[in-house]
Design a protein around this ligand. Sequence first.
Ligand SMILES: Cc1ncc(C[n+]2csc(CCOP(=O)(O)OP(=O)(O)O)c2C)c(N)n1
Ligand SMILES: [Mg+2]
Length: 765
Amino acid sequence: MSALPTQIPNPIPARHKNVNRAEVCDQNFVEFVQNFEGASGREPSALSPQPSSPVLPGSLCTVDDFVKLFDSQLTSRHLDLMARVLRVKNKVFYTIGSSGHEGNAMVARLTRHTDPAFLHYRSGAFMAERFRKLPGMDPIVDSALSFAASKDDPASGGRHKVWGSKPLWVLPQTSTIASHLPKALGTAVAIEQAKRIGHKLPIPDDSIAICSFGDASANHATAQTAFNTAQWTAYQQLPAPILFVCEDNGIGISVKTPRDWIGASFSGRRDLDYFTADGLDLASGYEGVARAVHHCRTTRRPTFLHLRTTRIMGHAGTDFEIEWRSVEELMAVEASDPLLRSAAIALEAGVYTKEQLLAKYEHFRKQCFAAAEEADRRPKLTELADVIAPLAPYHADKVEAEARRADYAEKRLAVFGGEAKLPERQPPRHLAILINNALHDLMAKYPETLLFGEDVAQKGGVYTVTKGLNKTFKGARVFNTLLDETMILGLAQGFANMGMLPLPEIQYLAYFHNACDQIRGEASSLQFFSNGQYRNPIVMRIASLGYQRGFGGHFHNDNSITALRDIPGLVIGCPSRGDDAAMMLRTLLALAKVDGRVCAFLEPIALYMMKDLYASGDGQWQFAYPALDQAMTLGEERVYAPEATDLVIFSFGNGVPMSLRAARDIEKAHGWKVRVIDLRWLLPLNDAAIARHARECKRILVVDEGRKSAGVGEGIITAIVESGSGAKPLRRVVGVDTFTPLAGAAFLVLPGEADIVAAAAELAK
Ligand SMILES: Cc1ncc(C[n+]2csc(CCOP(=O)(O)OP(=O)(O)O)c2C)c(N)n1
Ligand SMILES: [Mg+2]
């Protein structure tokens, strides 16, 4: 490595003051090869690649491995250089590069294309290397299409520049750093869990999950939760075959990572096995990577590979480092360019002559530019319908048929313990029982379902809604997780990635907010950013909403679903009674199964045990378990008193029984016949149904137990106004924009029956 510039020349040559560091790095490589003095002029030696390839001197890496890895490095580098040039011509729309991280090609080389990979954005060389694993695939063409945001981009269909591939098991990631670690760990856990529940994996049984990220990202709470959960799992002797790859370049945008922080923080963690490798040097780094991969695959333990990298050419094309770093510092970083190291290895070992190497370098440059120019000519997304096509697939007929499918009679007989004990043979029951029945049924129907969350197993959940499931379906399918909502939802994505159907439970709505991004940014975006190639069907149950008597204050009575309601593609169902809940669950699982949808099922806690509607002991809020072939169409509302036209009340959840009670008083006071609509589906809202009922009735009331701002009520009123029925007398009864206080004071901020009656009186004026 004698030719590596260790001294900064004085005076600094003018070209090193160039603002465009891509040009500097490009020239550095060419000059480095031209001026190389180590073994220059040597003929290609016996080390040139050949069938039984010898190893590089002092390395485990064979010459054949090295040649391929170096090609992958050059591919990645020239994609970066091309992007910097063509960005300014508007032919490329992304310039976050991989330069300095090209050593990650070793991770790809030493793993399989069937090891699911969740990658850092500096993974150009990893991808180029992984592309070798299947015949007929071209990393340059595919990447160029992605850089150009062409509709023909095989990763995302032109929706984003992502590293992704269906055949290569690279699941596209979002730009939210660290957000992919929980689902990567979830996938590793799922690989093992599948075997325990007899689920056939789509990949080999000894696969590992690979997850790479930067050194700054390693500090993020979302990353830390994954490390902790991996340790928590291994601590209990449970397998979690995940290879965490921390690509440590010592910096995050402009903030330096404290010297040796990653090593200091991770080398001594219990049950997270730490390995290091020099990602700047293929010859010496190869062994460390190989050891880490082998360890992970054979021990099935969480493995942390600390891969030394550097970052050259700035954070992205828009990062003019020279404006905030000294030239001397930049030159020192650029001197550690792993491609210079690879060039030195190649020349010293006689793998290439200087001329051959420079010709190779130019060959990759030409290929990348040619592919980019071609990609620029390929079609872009020009129609809205095309953009959103993979966002929320819905095959109504298939979903309906799946929801009504009742061909598992024998299985459920075993689950419920005989004909006489079948839920449809029982008298009408309240919400908690019917949800419990439906979950038993659906877990019998779908052997690939898993139910998990905090306290859901032996205890059966805080409200005993999942009682008995753990006993019936055993611990491999119904289990307690650690107390971490982000990880619960990360696990859900992992199980879904492996073809299972997860039913995660979030203990209270307030604690969903804690982990919201796992649904908002991650699960719900997978179909969109993979152009429908990957899907992670999930039915998330959340104990929700207010009105619990004598319990909880704000955090157990959170009435805000706003954070869920604008998540693109998400389905939200909120039943107010047990029979609806059972039918809705059937539909939600069918949506997940048929269309890969991510769904939220909001269970109103205060209605779990409610048996009576008008008077104590009337039993009018208990319902018969619906026959197995009954389901509820997505968006379908329940109408009480469809013949009534004097007033329509739109509501959901707790608002429904309150409105039904208030309707009696309103009828008495004003002589009106009152129609009550239980919307049941809160996302998407059924605008057409809302418009129809609004049109048919003389007055309109919206009863929304959520908060005034950004709640469901706003959506209902918008649908009414946009339908042209807004000119009628219209009022909204809604919660106050506040947190919910403890005890009786809660009822000051939540809407009540008296408020509904009073609002009707306003309408009568
Ligand atoms: C959650 C989140 N916060 C902030 C950002 C903005 N951001 C993008 S990359 C980055 C630095 C990441 O540094 P590191 O993890 O070391 O990776 P590197 O870019 O150095 O490879 C930041 C702050 C983001 N993408 N996501
Ligand atoms: Mg970094």
